[in-house]
Design a protein around this ligand. Structure first.
Ligand SMILES: *[C@@H]1O[C@H](CO)[C@@H](O)[C@H](O)[C@H]1NC(C)=O
Ligand SMILES: *[C@@H]1O[C@H](CO)[C@@H](O)[C@H](O)[C@H]1NC(C)=O
Ligand SMILES: *[C@@H]1O[C@H](CO)[C@@H](O)[C@H](O)[C@H]1NC(C)=O
Ligand SMILES: *[C@@H]1O[C@H](CO)[C@@H](O)[C@H](O)[C@H]1NC(C)=O
Ligand SMILES: *[C@@H]1O[C@H](CO)[C@@H](O)[C@H](O)[C@H]1NC(C)=O
Ligand SMILES: *[C@@H]1O[C@H](CO)[C@@H](O)[C@H](O)[C@H]1NC(C)=O
Ligand SMILES: *[C@@H]1O[C@H](CO)[C@@H](O)[C@H](O)[C@H]1NC(C)=O
Ligand SMILES: *[C@@H]1O[C@H](CO)[C@@H](O)[C@H](O)[C@H]1NC(C)=O
Ligand SMILES: *[C@@H]1O[C@H](CO)[C@@H](O)[C@H](O)[C@H]1NC(C)=O
Ligand SMILES: *[C@@H]1O[C@H](CO)[C@@H](O)[C@H](O)[C@H]1NC(C)=O
Length: 398
């Protein structure tokens, strides 16, 4: 997401929040993450010069349960200036933060760029460096070591990537998507792109080793100058558009797919923030902005400019989410529940726990109900409703 935007919001909210000091290690907690909502997936992309639009299909899809929409497949976005030296992805069949009787974590993707030659398992590096169109921006393509050039095949970023603001690459798994189709595993996506699944599972954990040095080219204007970020989105977002707007059908954020800023920085601190439509219940600008950017109450991490830090994010089985920076993180192939819990419990909590508001819809099957608040029937009016919410929030966003 646009960092400048969220930071502007964070700073207005910070007025009411006492805990704004940052720390070099610690944890930021969210709870009640996940709600039931329905949407119409993309049906057709028209992306020629004179006709440029996205049509939704008639199909209704429900996203339900703990961590929704983050229970879906996620792509990992890395925006400079940021040097990523390690990345790993884990799943567990049942893990609750604080419960040592939870199941262990298994690593299913791994990138290590600290040795003589890099290791990458189940990771594909793509960037928005392909052909450009007015409507959808640049296409996904394999990206070179500099994060900016076009490659013909999967190539890991260079070890000293990347000092440049606003350069962003995106990590996917190595599992290829079936062909673009409403009912296909990856939905409808742009023609002629390398298409891979993101990282799936309700209960998941991403770990990173990285630093966020200052931008060394102080002159060039970019929209995200010196604002590095590691953030997660639905894997379908970057397969369709590189314009991550909140106001058009090409961006699944508009349908509720959500994004999660795990570690996003301004020139001094790094924060964690959820953007989803959970709890967006009435057309009230204050309500909308705090629901769209669920960072109220959260503390900050120091931006690791001159040091490499290790940190990550856990989505547990019951809708608790923790982001954390700690010296004790290992990137082993298997991590026991108690080793992960002891890292988390040993960390100072930054800010207060952000408790997400309940959702406003309930999936048709009673077994799938989760966090449903005032249940209203999903109708076509929902789109109009959301669009009104966005317009109400727009004065804060842009
Ligand atoms: C960075 O963000 C924090 C938290 O909103 C704010 O207190 C600080 O002033 C910001 N720093 C700069 C240089 O903008
Ligand atoms: C993790 O690996 C163990 C041992 O191979 C296996 O029994 C367990 O089902 C795996 N868990 C997940 C979530 O894949
Ligand atoms: C998941 O683990 C918790 C304790 O960690 C346990 O109480 C719960 O019954 C487990 N759930 C399932 C479905 O195994
Ligand atoms: C995906 O990565 C796994 C783990 O490194 C590897 O075993 C597998 O062969 C890879 N598959 C493809 C299609 O590259
Ligand atoms: C851009 O489009 C041209 C013409 O269709 C094609 O030859 C080229 O491979 C495309 N470039 C990328 C990076 O996909
Ligand atoms: C790679 O990641 C994908 C997405 O999470 C997963 O489905 C697949 O099983 C993983 N492959 C391996 C070899 O672990
Ligand atoms: C600024 O951008 C221009 C045009 O993209 C490029 O030629 C130039 O090298 C950049 N300057 C710096 C200091 O990065
Ligand atoms: C989004 O799609 C809906 C349903 O197809 C349509 O009514 C609406 O006009 C579209 N909105 C935009 C901004 O294109
Ligand atoms: C961090 O690095 C910058 C240059 O990128 C330097 O100016 C600064 O003095 C360094 N700070 C520390 C504490 O080493
Ligand atoms: C879980 O195990 C860790 C490591 O053994 C321990 O430090 C922690 O106190 C345990 N937590 C609970 C709730 O028992």
């Amino acid at each position: 997401m646009k960092l400048t935007t969220s930071l502007a919001i964070a700073s207005t909210l910070a007025i009411t929040s006492a805990a704004s000091d940052s720390a070099s290690s610690g944890k930021v907690l969210f709870s009640g993450v996940g709600y039931d909502f329905s949407y119409n997936p993309l049906g057709k992309i028209q992306d020629s010069k004179d006709q440029c639009s996205c049509e939704l299909s008639d199909k209704t899809v429900w996203s339900t349960g703990p961590n929704a929409p983050f229970s879906e497949n996620l792509a990992v976005h890395v925006r400079g200036p940021l040097k990523l030296s390690k990345f790993s992805f884990y799943t567990s069949s049942n893990f609750t933060i604080g419960a040592n009787s939870s199941d262990n974590w298994n690593r299913t993707a791994y990138f290590d760029n600290t040795g003589d030659s890099e290791v990458h398992e189940n990771v594909t590096f793509l960037g928005m460096v392909g052909n450009d169109t007015d409507c959808l921006g640049k296409k996904l393509s394999y990206v070179g070591q500099d994060g900016q050039s076009v490659e013909k095949q999967n190539t890991a970023p260079g070890r000293y990537m990347q000092p440049t603001s606003d350069v962003e690459y995106v990590l996917f798994s190595n599992v290829s998507c079936p062909k673009s189709s409403v009912n296909g595993g990856c939905g409808v996506y742009r023609d002629d792109i390398p298409a891979f699944y993101g990282y799936g599972g309700v209960t998941k954990m991403f770990l990173f080793e990285f630093s966020m040095p200052d931008d060394v080219f102080k002159s060039n204007d970019t929209s995200e100058f010196n604002a590095p970020s590691i953030w997660l989105s639905s894997d379908s977002l970057p397969r369709v558009t590189s314009k991550y707007g909140l106001d058009n059908n090409c961006s699944c954020l508009f349908q509720g797919c959500g994004s999660f800023e795990v570690f996003s920085a301004n020139s001094s601190v790094m924060y964690s923030s959820i953007m989803s439509l959970q709890g967006v219940a009435d057309v009230n600008a204050k309500n909308a902005k705090s629901a769209l950017f669920n960072n109220e109450g959260n503390g900050y991490f120091d931006r690791p400019k001159n040091v490499s830090v290790t940190g990550g994010i856990i989505f547990d089985t019951t809708g608790n989410v923790a982001t954390f920076i700690s010296d004790n993180i290992k990137f082993d192939a298997e991590l026991t529940a108690s080793s992960v819990n002891s890292i988390i419990s040993g960390l100072e909590q930054l800010g207060t726990t952000k408790v997400l508001e309940a959702g406003t819809q309930a999936a048709p099957t009673s077994s799938a109900k989760h966090n449903a608040g005032n249940v209203i029937a999903p109708t076509n009016g929902m789109w109009l409703f959301l669009s009104t919410v966005f317009i109400a929030a727009a004065q804060y966003l842009f």
